[in-house]
Design a protein around this ligand. Structure first.
Ligand code: AKG
Length: 271
């Protein structure tokens, strides 16, 4: 019996490779995360969209709390079981009229785990619709294995390196738009082909991505990788476990952040 999703939603995830929308928090909690990002931007003079991309949950307590949201983890547990690590996080931020886009890709072309149980939750902090650049999924594409990709020009591409699948029908008939309100998530299998178009609206579209997996998965791309245990137990020891920050820029968590950032480029090798 699932904790949070319906049996139909779990079946949909298994069949189509994603489930959307699922409400995991009230809109006010999503706004509180945006407020914390706004304070950080003011104090640092930097843009969260550029600088809070790789594991910022190790730096800011608002984000450490976000990835531990009980209803979010209930949904993840329904799909991958009660032991859960968080492997990657980051803001996915489009300003109003932002030309930023994400080419059709599989997350597994960037980060690959064995067995292939990694799952990506996209938490909407603003609304996310077709006109402001919502994510779109290609249904059933998680069953296709590794889809070939090519490298494309990086201008306005929101992910590190720019991989775009080739030879796959991504036409309207196969796409599903993840239309979300603040506090809702879409959740997708790391093998699902997905992407998003520029923001053609006057509203921002801001989300926070979290990659979860059971702790027994092994990183196939090699190199050092740490993880935050967010629920249950780690019986496998495949990852260095990251500390939970007790305050913003808590030194032990910052040290873990710096260690993994220094190593992370190795995970994004361009073949
Ligand atoms: O935020 C987006 O538009 C796309 C994000 C994405 O591709 C991902 O989270 O894997």
């Amino acid at each position: 019996m699932p904790k949070s999703l319906s049996e139909d939603q779990v079946a949909h995830y298994r069949r189509e490779g994603f489930v959307t929308p699922v409400t995991v928090m009230p809109p006010a909690d999503a706004q509180a995360v945006l407020d914390a990002a706004g304070v950080w931007e003011k104090e640092s003079g930097k843009r969260a969209k550029e600088h809070l991309r790789g594991k910022p949950h190790l730096l800011l307590t608002a984000l450490a709390k976000l990835i531990r949201t009980p209803k979010l983890l209930d949904v993840v547990e329904d799909l991958i079981g009660p032991d859960i690590v968080c492997l990657e996080t980051g803001f996915l931020w489009k300003d109003a009229r932002d030309p930023g886009f994400v080419a059709w890709h599989q997350d597994s072309s960037y980060m690959k785990f064995d067995p292939p149980l990694a799952i990506n939750a996209w938490i909407a902090l603003t609304d996310s619709k077709l006109d402001n650049g919502a994510m779109q999924f290609i249904r059933n594409s998680h069953t296709l294995g590794d889809v070939p990709y090519e490298l494309i020009p990086t201008e306005n591409h929101m992910l590190k390196f720019s991989r775009q699948v080739v030879g796959l029908d991504t036409g309207d008939g196969r796409r599903v738009t993840a239309a979300l309100e603040p506090g809702q998530i879409s959740i997708h299998n790391a093998n699902v082909v997905h992407g998003s178009a520029p923001n053609t609206s006057d509203r921002p579209r801001i989300g926070f991505g979290c990659l979860f997996a059971p702790p027994h998965v092994k990183n196939q791309k090699g190199g050092f990788m740490s993880a935050t245990l967010v629920r249950g137990r780690d019986r496998a020891g495949n990852f260095d476990l990251e500390p939970e920050p007790t305050r913003d820029y808590d030194p032990p968590a910052v040290a873990a952040y710096e260690k993994v950032m220094n190593a992370s480029m190795k995970l994004y090798k361009v073949e």
